[in-house]
Write a protein that binds this ligand. Structure first.
Ligand SMILES: [Zn+2]
Length: 374
């Protein structure tokens, strides 16, 4: 169903959407039947168990009628716990952070969503934590653009040609040239982003926190470049050391998740991933705090930093198990790709026939792909 068809029924996350809620109520009835009665086939009866709702944060908040969302700061802002921007700080990444005692204490909604019937008590654990939006399009990307701008602020990327000067736009160009050279010659690929500027780095002035809308695939490339760049022989200082630890921790964490089995990690893999996350989170908050103490606006502490801390907490809680869920199992990168492709093939049929025609065209596309004809 196209977004345009139901958008005007939106009345805020907490109250839900009449059209989506009706669809979800039907879905929940069918899902419960598939779980309790099963689906009879010639090969036996299959029972489907729905374990979570995957999706980006706005989609989950809408479907689950969340009263505590990423938009609620400084009020309680987390569907999974009672953290806020005040007395139970969501920015606390220490082992004894006060929000940890509030995890799962209260459901995130007041107006019960239909999907809550698929859970025991309608608890927020049904909302999967989506690494793709939390890191690649979230705090990972926020860190990278702050690091680029901050390095420029520190005086890096002076061009070798003195005639073009050393203004901030000139140094941003120089930084991009270094990045592009690395991506081309070391990673043998091409970045999606074709230039960096004050505008696309969202760095408009000393009072603006840098922020970007680069593609998720560029997050990996910029991260690899930054690990390489910060490893070059500079005169060490606290900021460089903390940025290097952050970049190294995040790169190592994503690498470990990507290399492990798609669903389960071993204890050794999970321990390594948790250690890398420790490195990233602790040094990121340190960078934010040091910059803030000097009155500098870099390294934004966003709700997604806190949601990533939940991923770390969940992994830590499973370390004694033989098999630990890979946090990448609930990443929506593939699902976004699926939605993107379905969206392209749904644009040509007549609007009334669109749902059926899209499904039919999808079957044809799938078959052609399996046969290697796509
Ligand atoms: Zn929380």
């Amino acid at each position: 169903m196209g977004h345009e068809s139901y958008r005007h029924f939106n009345v805020g996350f907490e109250c839900g959407n009449k059209v989506l809620d009706t669809l979800m109520a039907e879905f929940t009835t069918a899902a419960r039947s598939a779980m309790e009665t099963g689906i009879a086939t010639n090969h036996g009866t299959f029972f489907l168990c729905f374990v979570c709702l995957e999706g980006d944060l706005p989609a989950q908040a809408k479907m689950y009628h969340c009263k505590r969302t990423f938009l609620s700061v400084p009020h309680p802002m987390c569907p999974w716990c009672g953290a806020d921007g005040d007395t139970i700080p969501f920015t606390d990444v220490r082992a004894g952070a006060s929000w940890k005692a509030t995890v799962g204490q209260d459901v995130p909604w007041t107006n019960k969503p239909p999907l809550a019937d698929l859970t025991t008590n309608g608890e927020a654990t049904f909302l999967a934590k989506d690494l793709f939006h939390i890191v690649n399009l979230g705090i990972g990307r926020t860190f990278l653009c702050s690091a680029i701008c901050f390095l420029i602020y520190l005086g890096h990327f002076i061009p070798s040609n003195p005639d073009i000067g050393r203004s901030i736009p000139v140094r941003i160009n120089e930084a991009y040239a270094d990045f592009k050279h690395f991506v081309k010659h070391i990673m043998n690929t091409t970045p999606h982003v074709k230039h960096w500027s004050r505008e696309n780095l969202g760095w408009k002035g000393p009072r603006d926190m840098p922020q970007v809308t680069f593609k998720a695939s560029d997050t990996y490339l910029i991260l690899s470049w930054l690990v390489d760049y910060l490893g070059r022989p500079f005169q060490a200082n606290n900021y460089i050391n903390n940025m290097l630890a952050c970049a190294h921790g995040l790169d190592d964490f994503l690498r470990r998740c990507a290399k492990a089995d798609r669903v389960f990690m071993t204890q050794t893999e999970a321990r390594g991933a948790v250690k890398s996350l420790d490195e990233f989170l602790i040094h990121y908050v340190r960078l934010a705090s040091d910059a803030n103490q000097e009155g500098l606006v870099f390294f934004n502490l966003t709700p997604k930093l806190h949601y990533l801390d939940h991923i770390r907490l969940e992994m830590k809680g499973q370390l004694a198990n033989q098999r630990i869920l890979n946090p990448m199992a609930f990443s929506t990168a593939m699902a976004e790709d699926y939605v993107g492709r379905a969206s392209v093939i749904s644009r040509t049929p007549h609007q009334l026939a669109m749902p059926l025609r899209t499904a039919q065209k999808w079957l044809i596309e799938t078959r052609l792909r399996w046969r290697g004809q796509r």
